[in-house]
Design a protein around this ligand. Sequence first.
Ligand SMILES: [Zn+2]
Length: 322
Amino acid sequence: MTPVNARSGVQAKLDSMTQAAATLAKLPGRLPAFRAPLPLARRRVTLCRRLRQRAVACAIVTLLLAGCATVPETGRTQFMMVRAAAELDMGLTAFAQIKEELTLVEEGPEYEMLQRVGHRVAAEAEPLLARRGIEDLEWEFLLADDDALNAFVLPGGKIVFYSGIMPLLEDEAGVAAVMGHEVGHLVGRHAGERISQHVLVAMSMTAAQVALARRDPQHRDQIMAALGLGALVGVMLPYSRLHESEADEIGLLLMARAGYDPREAVRVWERMAAEQETRPPEFLSTHPDPERRAAHLREIMPRALEEYRAINGEDVAAAIRH
Ligand SMILES: [Zn+2]
């Protein structure tokens, strides 16, 4: 009679798993053996690594060369590796989620004003958007019941104004200033550009990781951390401010073409800056500081006033002195 083994089947499985795990845990320690004393094998590993580094570098250079686009009105060259259709899809997906969380105001004078201004500004933006391959947008101008001084836009022509910002905007021209700015982000394809930058940074990090793979892990981690911080501070933030300035510029032209006095934009941003003391507007936290913004607007005002004059026949020389 064979004595019954005290260990159950489950325990046996656990034991074998523990043994397998222990073997796996030892693997890194065995890796030097993988480098093999054979010079040929060693050369093959180095060659593979070099090829991988070159492949990643080539992919980045190709993307940089192929992915350039020009922003209408400002003429800025931007790095773009996201198709307009993909950007739009991402915008619509995000919008569907955000819309669920908003309490919407769908009637009343403020809502009506938002629709009027929105459609007028959007009509001026459509020829510019068409040049970027963005057509037949289903524009939506939502008014959310929220005290925050905020407004935002998502790819796909989805623009949200919070009710808290409406009193500060005062009238149609005030709404047009912020509307122009938001639509300006769409014309600039800023969302697509930000996504492209993120992808590029991620790819560069991978390339750096491959290049540093041979260094000791601690040193490598420090370099990777510094690279990550550098990428964030050096690439992301300045671009964000650049986008805001560009949205101001395109927005000023759009509001003027839609028949709204572009000088009203300066007054809106001044009122917004004054609010900063007591009620920091969320809108300003990611936007250029008010002085820089005012200086930039003054620079482009003559051109916007020309456009405004073409519609309203106002004496542009007198308007600039205003
Ligand atoms: Zn903005």
